[in-house]
Ligand binder design. Structure first.
Ligand code: AP5
Length: 209
């Protein structure tokens, strides 16, 4: 299965991509996670990407396309993948189409005020990249990762003003992809409000799996 997850910041792409990856046995490829790893490791790519990420903009297409192509050529992605956060522009979608066909594109949609609550309440594990929410998806021990026990942190781009900028970037640059994929008969629309497991069921029903 080669899947793309589209949706605004905080819609639940990462949460659902992890569940889909587990169920389908194909890797989750999150461009946001790869970029954050590069920032943390202070690579050349990370240094260049950081300034765009902290303002809520997009990292330039050429950098993200090259990075994603490298990742999709790795052995574990040969049988399929769940792309989380890529493509985000028409140029990225065209680059992806040249690299590999995709079977379906799930668009998770949610009201802006809900997106703000989800992003500002998010806590992440800097070690194993698990994602929590202080109210809706809390860890068993407050402030610590269930999987590896590390102290949880707040993503620097989850401050409210940056979240609003990310939502605007999504509306301007990524929403045109909804039409792009609908025109190609690949789009599955899923309302992303409700419990995590309910949304997962909606996705599976939409994909007929
Ligand atoms: P990225 O990391 O991809 O961020 P994003 O798209 O803004 O998405 P998020 O990770 O914020 O949200 P999500 O939809 O995955 O939600 P989550 O499951 O975590 O990208 C970060 C930055 O990198 C970009 O701004 C850009 O600068 C750059 N970048 C990345 N890809 C790029 C590309 N292709 N091109 C150019 N630049 C790129 O859930 C959110 C919260 O809600 C969590 O706390 C979760 O626990 C909670 N939650 C989830 N589901 C539910 C539910 N059903 N009910 C209640 N709470 C829920």
């Amino acid at each position: 299965m080669r899947l793309v997850l589209l949706g605004p910041p905080g819609a639940g792409k990462g949460t659902q991509a992890a569940k889909l990856s587990h169920k389908l046995g194909v890797p989750r490829v999150s461009t946001g996670d790869i970029l954050r790893r590069n920032v943390a490791e202070e690579t050349d790519l990370g240094r260049k990407a950081q300034s765009f990420m902290e303002k809520g903009g997009l990292v330039p297409d050429d950098m993200v396309i090259a990075m994603t192509e490298r990742r999709l050529r790795e052995a574990d992605a040969k049988q399929g993948f769940i792309l989380d956060g890529f493509p985000r522009t028409i140029a990225q979608a065209e680059a992806l189409a040249k690299l590999t066909p995709v079977d379906a594109v799930v668009n998770l949609f949610l009201e802006p005020e809900e997106l703000i609550k989800r992003n500002t309440g998010r806590r992440v594990c800097p070690k194993c990249e698990s994602v929590y929410h202080v109210l809706t998806n809390p860890p068993r021990k407050a402030g610590h990762c269930d999987r590896c026990g590390s102290p949880l942190t707040v993503r620097p781009d989850d401050r409210e003003e940056v979240v609003r900028a990310r939502i605007e970037t999504h509306e301007n640059l990524t929403e045109p992809l909804i039409r792009y994929y609908r025109d190609r008969g690949l789009l599955v629309e899923v309302y992303a409000s409700g419990l995590i497991d309910e949304i997962f069921q909606r996705i599976l029903e939409g994909l007929r799996i």
